[in-house]
Design a protein. Structure first.
Length: 670
């Protein structure tokens, strides 16, 4: 089997929560001799989970990069968080990787959790392979998991090995389908080459034939050999596997046990021989190398070091002090988890951190001439929110700075002041992500933050018309204040908004005062009798009077406000709640659960259809009151193995009556 090193290369490790990526990273680094001692997630001493939030939760909360050398070649591994709430981190890492290792669990029912990842990889044509982890578990099934994974992948999967089992059915080794050699696993030690069990020879022959047939679909020469019953050479098979993987035509599947360090060296070997080089990856991204070019895929703020930009170097040579993008590079550093080592220079293919790149943002393609245009995935729309405020008002400026940094580090987090509720809202992909953000604000910025459920921007309207006469008169020596108005107030059809008009004749109210009447009306409508903005209402000035000396704009504003405040409580005011059009995406088996979730939140089901381009997924269409949206994503994920999601938009306002209206009014003291 030939091998042509292609300079520094990069692989990303992705998978669902609890699949064992961080343990796999630790194994790969230990097997390559990059670390002297193999850490464990439960002990909080792994390279990949160095963040305090990660160790507290025993799960990855941010991506982690490890640079190392293996057999004289330079490598970077990126361990990506598995939580669906942190998917954008993983997407950014996959964008710059030459190859992606998708870590799967050996249970067929868990395969669907990888649907979003495999879809992203397929859409972006990113070469990837699958490592089925935890094959030491009694319930582990290679064939069943393989078939379940194929059902959620648009690329053909190619099984590279089959398991050897002992008399009790436990997986104790594997047979390589290319070399046809068998290996017995040893916990935490290299595997032993053994004779292929006679009982496996028929299964091995059938599996090998399936692998060759899959490869022949993309290789006319190999297809001709198979039709003529010519056995292809081992080198020919390896070359076909490498070529098809690098073109993202196939997805090779390996298996092992990261906990016991089984299948690790086999995986390292596959990465070394099959991963494309940086030139091919840059070409896939549409990047034409010209001078020094590097792309930011993660932004972090680290203690006294300040802002650090994690980049993949696409071409040229990157040095301390050179100008790149909008900044002068403060430092070039090698990475091993959260540890950085001054490096001074980086070449094409390497992944490094750059210090003090103030103008650089995640996704930026940095060149000596500035920031070049580049294709980069947009952050996902927010799915969960918290209303927040600093516990101490003196910390408001500090809070704003912390929020800006958090959003810079993770663009899938955002914050905004909502004028309609007066709240500062923190938005993200889920409850855990926002709790991590709050934890970081406390630990890194010393900020105590109060978080509550965001307020719902209720509106109100009227149901019956009214006519009102009001006079504002004030005399206190000198010029007084005088204005007299007659108003007609009528409900409008839903969605027609506010309409103001007049039927003044004979100049009883001079034209220059009519805008002041409208302003006074609008001032009142900002907070109606139920405490909310009034909508869908028509007000007409029908009559009035003025005083040549005492009348003024302010007097007519006050008269209009007085008229509205006296008339509106008798106009049958009702609350209006915002209703959102919601599209929930879930695997089809969970559709009935989602329908129950919708109806349990006072929602109206509109129907469901198969999700285009997503085999085995449905889209459920519904209308749900905004007041029922809090925690929706948490409930959907809890009922869909963590992969369900939704999109929403404002649809309409609807009247709110009965106990729900009473609850809203009681909560606001109305």
């Amino acid at each position: 089997m030939s091998h042509q090193p292609s300079g520094p290369r990069c692989a990303a490790l992705v998978g669902s929560y609890t699949c064992g990526k961080t343990t796999l990273l630790e194994d790969l680094l230990f097997a390559a001799g990059a670390i002297d001692r193999r850490g464990a997630v439960r002990d909080g001493n792994t390279v990949g989970d160095a963040a305090p939030e990660a160790r507290a939760r025993q799960m990855s909360t941010e991506l982690s990069v490890a640079n190392f050398d293996y057999l004289g070649e330079s490598w970077s591994l990126i361990d990506c968080p598995g939580s669906v709430e942190l998917t954008y981190d993983a997407q950014c890492a996959m964008m710059v990787a030459d190859i992606v290792v998708v870590v799967a669990e050996p249970m067929p029912e868990r395969a669907v959790t990888l649907s979003p990842i495999l879809r992203f990889l397929d859409d972006r044509n990113i070469p990837h392979l699958i490592y089925i982890n935890k094959m030491d578990l009694p319930e582990a099934t290679a064939r069943g998991t393989f078939e379940a994974l194929q059902a959620v992948s648009s690329r053909p999967l190619v099984l590279r090995e089959i398991p050897i089992r002992d008399g009790a059915g436990k997986v104790t080794g594997m047979v390589d389908l290319v070399s046809e050699r068998a290996w017995r696993w040893n916990p935490h030690k290299p595997s032993d080459l053994v004779a292929m069990p006679d009982a496996l020879k028929d299964e091995e022959g059938e599996a090998r034939a399936g692998m060759l047939e899959a490869l022949a679909d993309f290789d006319d020469g190999l297809m001709a050999e198979l039709l003529e019953d010519v056995v292809p050479s081992t080198d020919e098979i390896y070359a076909s596997l490498t070529r098809d993987l690098q073109k993202d035509l196939i997805v090779p599947v390996f298996f092992g046990s990261a906990e016991n360090e089984n299948g690790i060296r086999r995986l390292l070997k596959a990465l070394r021989h099959d991963a494309p080089g940086v030139e091919a990856t840059a070409d896939r991204l549409g990047i034409a190398p010209e001078g020094t070019m590097a792309q930011v895929f993660r932004t972090v703020y680290v203690g006294q070091s300040g802002k650090m930009s994690l980049v993949r170097v696409w071409s040229g040579e990157l040095r301390d002090g050179m100008t790149l993008g909008q900044d002068r590079v403060g430092s070039v550093n090698a990475l091993m988890g959260r540890k950085t080592t001054p490096k001074g220079v980086a070449v094409a293919g390497e992944v490094v951190s750059l210090g003090r790149m103030a103008g650089a943002a995640t996704g930026d393609l940095l060149t000596a001439q500035g920031v070049a245009e580049a294709d980069w995935p947009a952050p996902p729309d927010p799915l969960h929110a918290l209303a927040i405020r600093a516990e101490k008002q003196a910390d408001d400026v500090k809070l704003a700075a912390a929020l800006a940094r958090l959003a810079e580090e993770d663009p899938s987090i955002s914050s905004a002041h909502l004028a309609e509720t007066g709240e500062l809202v923190l938005r993200g992909q889920g409850e855990m992500q926002l709790q991590i953000a709050l934890s970081r604000m406390k630990n890194e910025y010393g900020l105590a933050v109060v978080a509550t459920k965001p307020a719902v921007p209720y509106r109100e309207t009227i149901t019956t018309p009214a006519s009102i006469h009001a006079r504002h008169k004030k005399q206190s020596g000198g010029h007084g204040e005088f204005a007299d108005v007659h108003l007609e107030i009528r409900p409008q059809p839903r969605g027609d908004g506010f309409v103001f008009g007049d039927r003044i004749t004979g100049g009883v109210v001079p034209k220059n005062y009519i805008p002041a009447v409208e302003k006074g009306v609008q001032s009142y409508l900002a907070k109606g009798p139920l405490g909310h903005t009034v909508v869908d209402i028509a007000v007409t000035l029908t009559d009035g009077s003025y005083h040549t000396v005492d009348s003024s704009d302010m007097a007519f504003q006050k008269a209009a406000q007085k008229a509205m405040s006296e008339a509106m409580p008798g106009c049958g005011p009702v609350l209006l709640e915002p209703v959102l059009a919601v599209t929930v995406s879930v695997p089809s088996e969970f559709t009935p659960r989602v329908q129950r979730i919708v109806t349990g939140r006072r929602g109206q089901l509109l129907g469901f259809d198969a999700k285009a381009g997503w085999p085995g997924w449905d889209e459920v269409q519904a209308l749900i009151p905004q007041g029922e949206m809090d925690g929706l994503i948490v409930e959907i994920r809890s009922q869909s193995l963590g992969v369900g999601t939704y999109a929403c938009r404002f649809d309409h306002l609807q009247e709110l009556h009965g106990r729900e209206a009473e609850r809203v009014l009681a909560a606001q003291g109305g």
